[in-house]
Design a protein around this ligand. Sequence first.
Ligand code: EPU
Length: 337
Amino acid sequence: MSTCPAGVDLGPLNTLALPGHAARYLRVTAAGQLAAADTGGRRFVLGSGSNLVLTGDFDGLVVHMAIPGRRLLHEDADAWYVGAGAGENWHDFVQWTLAQGWPGLENLSLIPGTVGAAPVQNIGAYGVELAEHFHSLTAWDFEKQAFFTVDRDSGRFAYRDSLFKQEGWHRDGRVAITAVVFRLPKAWRPVCGYADVAAELVAQGIASPAPRAIADAVIAVRRRKLPDPAAIPNAGSFFHNPVVERDVAEALKASHPGLPCYPQADGRVKLAAGWLIEQAGWKGKDLGPVGMYERQALVLVNRGGASGADVQRTMAAVQAAVREKFAVDLTPEPVFL
Ligand code: EPU
C-alpha cells in the first residue's frame, strides 16, 4: 500500500488528461488493504480513469484499484468460470481469455478501462454487453466495513447501467469492486450482426469467423473510428444514446428520415447520439481546447491543455445544439469528480 499525504497528481490517472490533485491517495493491490487502511471522509474509487471528468482538485481520498490476478476458477460441462482482480486491464484480460480458448468477450476487445470498472456501467459494444457473461463480483462496502457479493440477478444490469449507478454507490465512493467472475459458455455463438463488424469481416473475406477473427475485426473498427487516448485524450462515448418514447422517435423520423432508431424491448426507441451531434453541426468542431472527434461525433476530445471547465463548456454547447435542433436531451456518460 502506498499513501501520499502531500497529494497526488491525477493528470496521468485520467484518460481525458485533465488537471487536478487529490489530497489523499491509496493504491490498493490486495483486497485486504481496504480493511486495514484509514478510508474515512470523502472518497473516490478510481480504476484507470477512462470514464472520468476531473473538474479540479479533489479534497478527499482517491482509492486507486490495482488488484492484479486472473485465473480459471471452475469448469463444468457448460461453461468456464474465470475470475479477475479489479485492477486488471480490461483489453488484456479479454485477449488472455481468447488465448486460453475461452471465447465470449471478443466483441468487447479494446474497450479502455479495468475489470473492476466494467460492471459499473455494464460496458458494451458491437452487440454484446458485459452482463451477458457476468457471473458475480466481490466488493468492499466502506461504510459497513465488509465485503459483499453481487450475482447476475442482483446486479440490475441495463444499458450502461447497474446497481452501482442506480444506488449512486459509485459516485459517492461507497463501494469498491475488488474482483469479478465471468461465466463463458462452452456453446459459443458468434455475434457479428453489427454493421461495422460485419462489413469488416466481409472486407477480410471471412465468412465463418472464429472468436479471434471477431476480436480482430472489432479492434480494426475501433482503431479506425475511436481515438487512442494515449494520442488524443478522450473518455470514449461522452453521452448515452438517448432512449425516447416511440411517438417522439416517430415524429423525429418523419422530419429527419436519416435518423438511426433502435427499438427497445420496452417499446421505447434508442437514438444514435453521434448522429444527432453530427447533424447539429458538432462533428469535428471545437470550442477552445475541447471538441467532438472528427471520425465519431460522440467522442469528446481534449486537443491539448484543457481543464474540466473547458470540458463542461463544450458539453453544454453540444447539449444545447442537440436540444435546439431535435428537442432531445443528452446525458453525459462519464463520472464527474
Ligand atoms: N453516427 C453518425 N455520426 C457520428 C457517429 C455515429 O451518424 O459521428 C451514426 C452511425 O452512422 C450509426 C449510429 O450513429 O448509424 C451509431 O454509431 P456507432 O455504431 O458508431 O455506435 P454509437 O451508438 O455511437 C455505441 C457505444 C460505443 C460502442 C458502439 C459500438 C454508447 C454510448 N456508445 O456507440 O461504446 O463502441 O456503440 O457498439 O452506447 C463507449 O461507451 O465509450 C463506447 C465507445
